[in-house]
Design a protein around this ligand. Structure first.
Ligand code: AMP
Length: 295
């Protein structure tokens, strides 16, 4: 595995791969790699000949008071995991390399960012889209794999690519979960054992809503109540939102269909957690967790 720290090095490596006729796949990450990230790499290897990962904690997407400074960073561990997963090139730029001076052009999303996570994290998606656009400009991938776990982010990246005619295919990969159903996240490390008990309610609630949907329930309000009911009203788990929305435009729906998403954000012991399900899209790890709960 090659490691590039400058834009020029990354471009040279990608150019070499292309000159031997290889297609290029790309997985952007903020590091602290876990099985969720590695599943994106695995899918990327199926779709492209040459796999690039970026590891960069992007200051632009963190708001004041968020966890930019405490975000876990362990370069040696990440590089070892990336290499074992079959990554060909790891791109680890410094802040100076990516943002050398005054930035006067950024990618600002419109309405799609003014809902769900965008409400509590103003400017977050502008930071995400700006860095992803820059990374696409550097790596010039044929395909990029993004996790469904960050659903609004995935929708916005797809819309950016469509609206700005960027020459890259986006594939959204399913959420990888812990055995108890909790969606894998770098932030899970902050949860105490009792927090974990509360955090688990999020995926349980989503699973209950899916079961109700499969049983024929289509009323969005009732599906939402399945989730809020499972989350409870205690202080230990503070709900930020539970929303039943269209997967296309994130607008709330009254009746659920195959293209409906239920998205949740909640705070447990100081940690903000998000999760979601698309009603008719298989979520293999949620099925496994359901099986474990019943056993
Ligand atoms: P992050 O490092 O948190 O910025 O995430 C980098 C990429 O990994 C994003 O596309 C995320 O959606 C994806 N990702 C994070 N957690 C998971 C997970 N549990 N399952 C699948 N993909 C994930």
């Amino acid at each position: 595995m090659q490691v590039a720290r400058t834009i020029q090095e990354a471009r040279e490596q990608v150019k070499q791969a292309r000159s031997s006729g290889r297609s290029v796949g790309f997985v952007p990450t903020m590091g602290d790699l876990h099985r969720g990230h590695l599943s994106l790499v695995g899918r990327c290897r199926e779709l492209a000949d040459y796999v690039v990962i970026s590891i960069y904690v992007n200051p632009l997407q963190f708001g004041p008071g968020e966890d930019f400074d405490s975000y876990p960073r362990d370069e040696d561990r990440d590089l070892a995991l990336a290499e074992r997963a079959g990554v060909d090139l790891a791109f680890l730029p410094s802040d100076r390399e990516l943002y050398p001076g005054d930035t006067s052009v950024v990618v600002t999303p419109k309405r799609l960012a003014d809902r769900l996570c965008g409400l509590s994290r103003p400017g977050h998606f502008e930071g995400v889209l700006t860095v992803v656009a820059k990374l696409f400009g550097i790596i010039t991938p044929d395909v990029s794999i993004i996790g469904q776990k960050d659903f609004q982010q995935a929708v916005l990246i797809k819309r950016m690519v469509a609206d700005l005619n960027l020459p890259v295919d986006i594939e959204v990969a399913p959420t990888v979960r812990e055995e108890d159903g909790l969606a894998m996240s770098s932030r899970n490390a902050h949860l105490s054992e009792s927090d974990r008990g509360y955090a688990r309610r999020i995926s349980r609630g989503l699973a209950e809503a899916v079961a109700a949907y499969r049983g024929g329930e289509r009323d969005a309000g009732l599906l939402e109540r399945r989730v809020t009911g499972a989350l409870g009203t205690g202080e230990e788990l503070r709900v930020e939102y539970v929303e039943v929305v269209s997967a296309k435009d994130l607008e709330p729906v009254a009746r659920a269909d195959a293209d409906t998403v239920i998205a949740v954000a909640a705070h447990v012991g100081g940690t903000r957690l998000i999760d979601n399900i698309i009603l008719d899209r298989p979520d293999p790890d949620l099925e496994k967790a359901l099986h474990n709960w019943r056993a």
